[in-house]
Design a protein around this ligand. Sequence first.
Ligand code: FES
Ligand code: MG
Length: 600
Amino acid sequence: FTAPSGYTEPTEGIEPAVPLRSKLWFNNPEDTMVGCYIERFLNNGLTMGELTNKRKPIIGIAQTGSDLAPCNSHHLQLAKRVRDGILAAGGTPFEFPCHPIQETAKRPTASLDRNLSYLSLVEVLFGYPLDGVVLLTGCDKTTPAMLMAAATMDIPAICMNVGPMLNGYAGSKYVGSGMVVWDSRAQLSAGEIDQDQFMRQVSLSAPSVGHCNTMGTASTMNAMAEALGMALPGSASIPAPYRERGACAYQTGQRIVQLVLQDVKPSDIMTKEAFENAIALCTAIGGSTNAPIHLNAVAKHIGVELNNDDWERVGYELPLLVNIQPAGQYLCEEYHRAGGLPSVAAELLKHDKLPHPNALTVSGKSIGDNCRGDFAQDPRVILPFDKPLMSQAGFLHLKGTLFDSAIMKTSVISPAFREQYLSNPNDPMAFEGPVAVFDGPEDYHHRIETEPEIHPGTILVMRGAGPVGYPGAAEVVNMIPPGRLIKEGIELPCIGDGRQSGTSGSPSILNAAPEAATGGMLGYLKDGDRLRIDLLKRQADVILTPEQIAKRKEELGPYKYPPHQTPWQEIYRNQVSELSEGMVLKDAVKYQRVAKRYPV
Ligand code: FES
Ligand code: MG
């Protein structure tokens, strides 16, 4: 990692562009509380000057690593280098813990906690004497949670990813995070391996500290943070154990001090232009279907209009350039060595396909200036624009009588699926079939092997898996067919109001909104109803007359979902918006630039 020059000039003696907010606590003799504010930080070993010097910013380090959050736990080490960088640049570091969000362990689903972590971080950033913050990101929801909080608060902020794990191998064969779980599960249900082999296989995918080593949601969201301009160029893809990761931590610490002194805030960086750059790069890297949800959420909190039509408009036509799993072949180490996101951006730039090269980034330069000419070192891994892995690789935005909004990642449609469902020359890119309906993942797991009416051509529907239904929206729409069909090589289309893992290779139609639990049509389907999906027309319909639909709604009544299990689940369900709206807390969106609200 060699950061572009310009990060490391000394900041000592530079006058802050605006007075530092931390001095409202520490350097305000008028405030009768000033003694209390200061004395307890002195007891932490600090000196008076580190707190009260008007040129010394207090920098928060939002620590997301813990024993409960192993994907991010390497941040406990990296934070030491972030601190060194902050100190070297003349700031005072204050590290503090964040609510953990571990994708692979939190029940009912980690995404329930994205908004909780967001809320608590906003409260910490607002209520404590912090001038800027380093957001230690990594595992799937940690990155959007932190960006959302930085957006609401709007004090200078910079992201630093923990980095992906090293590649996993079985002999000389790649074993990629997430993917190995889906593949091994299919092998297990087809009777090809036993439980012991299953566990051995999946453990091979996690050979070191770090987050998932595929282009899952973690790699995607950290690439998105960099594409938005919120992380140092080239930083997102550095594998967690590489030495460059420590150097990057140090430079991130230095850089946040400068951002504070220059008063460069998230609202200066996360503009509509920045989001459009991120969408374009999301297609080129083969990013996760969770990206639209999370970026739409960040946009809502910073006050930028962004919706799934923007995703299709900006992203659909662009090609897939990054050859890593799940859409491609390699893993994150090769991706990083090939040049990571700057090389992908350089390729788009060269063909005039990065929408806004002049968008500002935390490096102090534009994304164009950061990346121009930084071409890929390995064309097998980051392909040239005119020889892409796939063209038109973005998300399709579907609408119809089945839902108002759902997306489909067409870049993962397999040749077999195309052949089976999308190859009728008289009706290209369209298919029709009867549904088998499941109410949430548990229902699916109980019945998938025993349900007699699932045949080639059946459309699997997952409902009750949206933000309210599950709650938090489960990553379960990528359903695998029953073992007897897998053995014959049959794939089945999946549709649902939940999400799917970013590491899934299924061509599912997901994130359907409104969800069943808030009155969406999926809640009124019965087994055997027929659906028609036309990808060319972006249309998804249930083949029922309006009269039949009205009768169905009367007969079935509102969709029932399981009771709340915790206080947060109830608060969340009462507040959360649909997946197409970013599943944000509705009442939180009106709070923008909240740093300005103190002092009153
Ligand atoms: Fe944490 Fe994939 S499970 S990054
Ligand atoms: Mg995931």
